[in-house]
Every structure is written in C-alpha cells, then in structure tokens.
Design a protein around this ligand. Structure first.
Ligand code: PLP
Length: 355
C-alpha cells in the first residue's frame, strides 16, 4: 500500500488540499453537451429573470420558482443579503470569511461570536443578541469546522431572531439535511445554496437563495439583471440530469473523509468530525502548526492554515484539509505518522464536552 502511495505521488508531485471544490472529473457526456452551448454565447442569458433556471432549481429543491433567486455564486447571495438587511450582523466564528467581508462592504456593524470552545463548535447567540440583530448567519455544515448544526438549534434561532436568519447550505449535498421546508413557516428565513462544492461548477459561478416570495423580491432589488452567465445557467440545467453520477462521487468523498478523520485521530491529533468536503485539524499551538504546515508543503502537500484569509476568527493552531483522492489523504497521513514516529511532533487532544 505504501509503495502504491509513493508511486502515485511521484507521478503527480503536488497535492493541493487548499480550496474546497469538487475534485472529481465532471461527467464527460455533460461536458460534451455543454461545449455545444458555447455556440450560443453571443446571446444573453435567458431573459424574464432567469425563469427557466429558477424552474429547474425549484424542482431540484422541491419549492416553487418564486422561492428562488439565482446568483453569481453563493458569495453573491452573501453580498446581496448584506446589502438588503442593514444594521447589526451576528457572525458565528470561526466561520467562512465572506460574511464578514460582505458586512464590511455593506457598512454593517459586526458582532463576532466565538462558538468554538474545547473542541466543540456550538452556536451560542444570546436571546438579546438575536433580538437586536438585523442579520444572523448560520453556516451548516460550518466552514471550517465541518460541524453539522442541529435543526432544533436553527428553529430556536429562527423563533428568537427579530431580523433575517440566513442558513448557508452550500455543502448541503454532503450533509443531506436542510431547513428548506421551513421557508413558509418562518418569514425570516433565507437559505443559500451553491453549485461549486458539489456539482463542480465553481469556475462558472452559480449559487442561489431560497426563501418566501416577498424576501426573494426584496433581494432581487439588490442585484444586477444578468448576474448569472449563460454557460453557468446551461451547466446547472445539465448537471442536474447527472445526479446519479454526482451522488456516487459524494459518497466516495464521504468515505475518504471519514477514514481520514479516523486516521488523524488515531495518530493522536484532533480532527473535527466533518459533514463537508474538508476536515479541520487542531494542533498544539501556533509554532507546532507552522512546522506541520511547512513540512507538508516541503513534501508537496498544500493546505489552508488558520492564519490565512479564508476564515473569520480561526486561531493559528488549525489547518484545514480539503478532501482529495484517497491516495492523497493516505499520503498526508503517511507524512504525519512518519514525523510522529520520529518523536518530533507532539499530538494534541481535547476531551470534548457535549454541546
Ligand atoms: C460556507 C461557504 N459559503 C459560501 C461559499 C461560496 O461559494 P460559491 O460562491 O463558490 O458558491 C463558500 C466557498 O468556499 C463557503 O465555504
């Protein structure tokens, strides 16, 4: 097995586990169909406010087209929402950096709430904070911890919040749980989804918001008419016809991820249980983390450390590994275990308490 890992590794040389995108090849037939669409790029995307795309997305999600607002990536959903609901925004750190970045651009006043204590990420907004905020973020599963947020917790926040609650479900297809069924019950709920992480369309940029028609109309005021490009629109329609292919790929990724978490924990490090396509590992301190990050880089393995701009409020003793092919993750484990065996690296453990 080790020989196999090394043989494959020497062929490929570098392993990139930084950005979290869909790492499998896209269905060949789909790419062929999509390349045919290039002939049409002299034309604008479909008019009428993306009626066809909204219909296709609505069918996939199980809502009506009036509940859908397509956007240029879910980054744009974050941006639009931050323009539409001015005031105070609650951001549950450590989390995805763009909630903060969009809040800054929109001139919102940010309240960063630390939700990570002793190895457990748990949303802990106070009733008072929820009463005062105009916008509340929930990232489910959370990036970078990969934590699944329980439905009861989301409902509790929806009931207590006076402002808009946005649940970022850009990794929904890996988690397999959603609060979409609550959009009619709670008028302060918006959900954000993406085609980047699960359908391999990160480079084309397609995301969408899901909410009740009144909220969708309000959000539409804050975005451009032709914000989603024609190829992205066509690609989404086609990708959804290949769901079986994607489901198989998601299943494969989950197996590799769970094996990686287990192996890292067996080495004595602290890997967070993840429901997304990345895994957060906590090391002893900043110094140790820098050594690991540099050592992995020397070995051709590129990862995202806590000090990079991808995350809000992530401390320096963390590294996030995007899940790649099985041999790539095996290689990471091999490099770390060799180092541990030499007695040069000290594993770090929490005894997590239940949230
Ligand atoms: C939690 C979260 N939300 C949103 C995004 C943005 O995704 P995109 O704009 O590619 O749809 C990302 C990308 O890393 C993310 O991790």
């Amino acid at each position: 097995m080790r020989d196999k890992i090394k043989k494959e590794f020497s062929k490929k040389e570098k392993i990139f586990l930084t950005q979290s995108y869909f790492k499998y090849p896209l269905p060949e037939e789909m790419l062929k169909e999509l390349s045919e669409e290039l002939k049409g790029i002299n034309r604008y995307p479909s008019g009428g406010g993306y009626a066809k795309l909204r219909q296709v997305l609505a069918e996939y999600v199980g809502v009506k087209m009036e509940n859908i607002l397509p956007a240029n990536g879910s980054d744009e959903v974050i941006e639009i929402v931050s323009r539409a609901y001015k005031g105070e925004v609650l951001i549950p750190i450590p989390t995805f950096s763009q909630y903060e970045a969009s809040a800054d651009r929109g001139g919102l006043s940010k309240i960063l709430i630390n939700c990570l204590h002793d190895g457990v990420y748990s949303l802990n907004y106070s009733a008072q904070q929820l009463k005062e905020a105009s916008l509340v973020w929930i990232c489910n599963p959370n990036n970078p911890t990969g934590t699944r947020i329980l439905r009861e917790k989301i409902v509790d926040i929806l009931q207590k919040a006076k402002g808009m609650v946005v649940v970022d479900e850009c990794n929904y297809e890996y988690l397999g749980e959603s609060v979409v069924d609550l959009i009619d019950k709670y008028e302060n709920l918006i959900i954000s989804r993406s085609f980047s992480k699960n359908f391999g369309l990160a480079g084309l940029r397609l995301g969408f918001a899901i909410s009740n028609p009144q909220n969708i109309k309000k959000l539409a005021i804050f975005c451009q008419y032709f914000r989603v490009n024609r190829m992205a629109e066509k690609a989404a329609e086609k990708a959804l016809k290949y769901l079986d292919y994607y489901q198989e790929a998601w299943g494969k990724m989950k197996k590799v991820r769970d094996k990686f978490v287990k192996q890292i924990n067996e080495l004595g490090f602290f890997a967070y249980d993840s429901k997304a396509n990345f895994v957060l590992v906590e090391f002893k301190n900043k110094e140790e983390t820098e050594r690991v990050w540099k050592y992995l880089k020397e070995k051709g393995i590129y990862t995202l450390a806590g000090w990079e701009n991808e995350f809000s409020g992530l401390d320096d003793q963390f590294i996030r590994f995007t899940i790649g092919d099985e041999w790539e993750m095996d290689r990471v484990v091999e490099v770390l275990s060799d180092w541990c065996r030499r007695g040069d690296l000290n594993p770090h453990r929490h005894t997590p308490t239940t949230p």
